[in-house]
Design a protein around this ligand. Structure first.
Ligand SMILES: NC(=O)c1ccc[n+]([C@@H]2O[C@H](COP(=O)([O-])OP(=O)(O)OC[C@H]3O[C@@H](n4cnc5c(N)ncnc54)[C@H](O)[C@@H]3O)[C@@H](O)[C@H]2O)c1
Length: 409
């Protein structure tokens, strides 16, 4: 049985790792420590997970917890530091996405991995949704021949999407913006499906819906003068988890989870459009908006022998449709429809499937679901290149960011 220590004690750390390890996976894995700069939150998580040891410093956790591996689930801009320090101390690392937030940090992680001989696994749970896996299978089977182009449209609704504008995600230097923080999932899916490397990126982005777009705004919902009229009002006290993990832990570091989505200092985009050219010539057209009336995505993949069309929705009218469909159009004028029951469970059952493979090790991996540092790098580098492209109004080659020779990064 492997022993794990966890850095970060927020929502993802608790729901994805701590609670499932101590409850569902205790025959396969043990949690032997937690560290978070917010001691109150770490203590809360410890209490909810059978009293696992709370460490005052990360160094102490590395040297005294007895862990075999470190799980990094802290805020995005701290991942690089914890990944590198863990590897330098001799540990393999499991990191939440994004592996890190920009190309400099990415390069440092890849160099540390090479130097130490340790290994980083990135938990791209979106690969584990059975629907996205079916697309991978079809492409592996060459169902539409050679892939020529991909269009992906991703919509976040005003519940999920707005949440990124309440707290640390809303600062480019903390999250890399949504093109890194969120799109790393989407770019990873596309990279995984295509088995091609991204080469060049051109992007546009703007803040058009959140940020200082309205006069009636406050600092945070809890103390806001517009709480009875604002549709974005979040009542932390009404949610037991938010109340205990965030509101009651505010005194430790002043991190409040209900910042105003219309704050003047938000510097990320809510409306984005990206073009990517891949190493075998595939062209990607991608868009993300964080203010949609419903949440989901639409995809089409054009190949030499046909076309795949896919769509999934997680809120709005189609949310409760019991099955997902995938259409394949071939050159004989036929449409083949694949029907799949929608998975239940968090993130469409993907979190559980990922945990089984990662911690119980009882699932084979013929399609290569488990992602390494290279996949972590490739997906975040598209987002980082897009950010640079938007700021500089120019195309950006990934090679110029990571500084390696040749077309391959
Ligand atoms: N794969 C997914 O579907 C998914 C979903 C949600 C979040 N995530 C990822 O999980 C991670 C955590 O996200 P979250 O939603 O739980 O955020 P959160 O804000 O709820 O939790 C982050 C935690 O990091 C702690 N922290 C801040 N600075 C720190 C530092 N310097 N050292 C140690 N700890 C520090 C905070 O106190 C907080 O407890 C992020 O990387 C996020 O991208 C992944």
């Amino acid at each position: 049985m492997k022993k794990y220590a966890l850095v970060g004690a927020g929502s993802r750390a608790f729901h994805m790792f701590a609670e499932p390890i101590v409850k569902e996976l205790r025959q396969h894995a043990a949690l032997v420590g937690v560290y978070d700069t917010n001691l109150l939150r770490a203590e809360r998580l410890s209490k909810d997970c059978g009293g696992i040891p709370v460490f005052r410093t990360f160094e102490e956790m590395l040297s005294r917890s007895g862990a075999d591996r470190i799980i990094v689930a802290s805020v995005d801009y701290t991942h690089d530091e914890y990944i590198i320090r863990s590897m330098e101390a001799g540990f393999d690392v499991i990191s939440e996405k994004p592996m890190t937030t920009d190309h400099r940090k990415c390069k440092a992680v890849l160099e540390a991995e090479r130097r130490t001989g340790r290994r980083v696994t990135v938990t791209f749970n979106a690969r584990f949704i059975s629907y996205t896996s079916r697309i991978k299978e079809l492409l592996k089977q060459q169902a539409i021949g050679r892939i020529l182009s991909v269009d992906m449209e991703w919509m976040l609704d005003t519940s999920h999407g707005a949440d990124y504008f309440r707290r640390w995600h809303r600062y480019l230097d903390k999250s890399g913006g949504l093109l890194v923080h969120k799109s790393t999932h989407h770019f990873d899916l596309i990279n995984w499906w295509l088995e091609e490397d991204p080469i060049e990126v051109y992007a546009f982005g703007d803040l058009r819906f959140y940020g200082p777009t309205r006069e009636q705004r406050g600092e945070r919902c809890l103390a806001c003068a517009y709480k009875t009229s604002c549709e974005f009002y979040l009542d932390l006290e009404q949610d037991a988890f938010f109340d205990s993990y965030y509101r009651q832990a505010e005194s430790a570091d002043g991190y409040y989870r209900d910042g105003c989505v219309f704050a003047g200092d938000i510097d990320i985009y809510d409306t984005m459009s990206v073009n990517v050219r891949y190493s075998r010539g595939t062209l990607l057209t991608y868009s993300l908006n964080a203010h949609s009336p419903y949440e989901g995505w639409k995809l089409s993949i054009n190949g030499s022998e046909g076309r795949i069309e896919a769509r999934q929705f997680t809120s709005g009218l189609e949310k409760d449709v019991p099955e997902s469909t995938l259409s394949l159009f071939n050159r004989k004028g036929e449409e083949i429809t694949y029907r799949m029951a929608k998975n239940t469970g968090f993130h469409g059952g993907a979190d559980e499937a990922l945990r089984r493979m990662l911690f119980a090790g009882d699932r084979p991996d013929p399609l290569g679901h488990m992602a390494d540092s290279r996949a972590g790098a490739m997906s975040l580098l598209i987002g980082d290149a897009a950010n640079i492209s938007i700021a500089g109004k120019r195309p950006v080659r990934l090679q110029e960011l990571i500084g390696l020779d040749g077309e391959r990064v």
